[in-house]
Design a protein around this ligand. Structure first.
Ligand code: NI
Length: 292
């Protein structure tokens, strides 16, 4: 979901990032001196910008997401697009885009499993075809898989027939790999015209899933920054955007996931989050926030 920002936004974001970072870094593991490495674990993981960062090893119990049996069948409502969902409790959905990736995705799955967290993976169809065994593991461990196109091109500049082909090809690749159908769509870069959202929703049944928390992890700001940005921006009903193709993002996850659990957030899949919106909509009136 790489998005281009103009220079003003870049400066603003850099400033915001500094403020958020200083506020939240404490729980993201960078401000504390690192203990010596335990003898039973491997050495530090070196990130691409060459700052030593060690993925915290599991030395004992980690915070655990509660066991929940929640409906995932969402009713088709008046809204097509969601960047967050109005919920009655501290439910959130974390999403990982652009994979699967043969090293980082399995490492992330270990972290999620240790914490009983179910996530949603917006997979690129070409990667599904390359690494079907990773897709199978994602599904076997209870995570949701969504459609993120086959070649990750910007839909708003594509013809209807090309979009149709991208979506069908990815859906078929996921079915072939893991025997499940994707139920939601995240358009590459979040870019999709209202008219395209309409016909895709009618034809494929997909609601369009955007996000409300964006750590800009694709710019590789370092695991501590990714963690701090997510912790400082997540609220009840948030949809968190991250990318499991980047090692730094996965390096950021132990502290990020633990921080969110310690703040009382409960992780659900995107379809479970949407089902809560549907329940709420039938009980009251449909509540929706504007899409970006
Ligand atoms: Ni993407």
């Amino acid at each position: 979901m790489r998005t281009a920002l103009n220079s003003h936004m870049k400066r603003l974001f850099a400033l915001l990032g500094l403020i958020l970072l200083s506020a939240s870094l404490g729980s993201c593991g960078a401000s504390k001196p690192k203990p010596p490495p335990p003898p039973l674990h491997s050495g530090p993981v070196r990130t691409s910008n060459n700052t030593a960062y060690r993925t915290p090893a599991l030395h004992g119990p980690v915070p655990r997401n509660p066991d929940m049996s929640l409906p995932a069948d969402f009713a088709k409502g008046p809204r097509l697009s969601f960047s967050r969902v109005a919920v009655n409790d501290k439910y959130i959905a974390i999403t990982f885009d652009d994979g699967p990736q043969p090293q980082n995705t399995p490492r992330l799955l270990d972290m999620l499993r240790a914490r009983n967290i179910k996530a949603t993976f917006y997979m690129v169809g070409s990667n599904v075809d390359l690494y079907p065994q990773v897709v199978r593991r994602v599904v076997a461990e209870g995570h949701e898989v969504g459609n993120h196109s086959y070649t990750h091109r910007l839909f708003s500049k594509m013809s209807d027939s090309d979009i149709r082909q991208e979506l069908a090809r990815t859906r078929d690749a996921i079915v072939r790999a893991a025997g499940v159908q994707p139920h939601t769509l995240r358009p590459p870069f979040g870019g999709m015209l209202p008219r395209q959202r309409e016909w895709v929703n009618t034809e494929f049944g997909y609601p369009i899933i955007l996000w409300s928390v964006d750590p800009f992890d694709w710019r590789r700001p370092g695991p501590s920054v990714v963690c701090a940005r997510i912790l400082s921006s997540t609220t009840a009903g948030s949809i968190v955007l991250a990318h499991d193709i980047h090692r730094q993002t996965v390096d950021a996850m132990p502290a990020t996931l633990d921080g969110l659990l310690q703040r009382g957030f409960k992780f659900v899949t995107v379809s479970q989050l949407l089902a809560m919106q549907a329940e709420k909509a039938t009980a009251h009136t449909a509540v929706g926030l504007p899409i970006p």
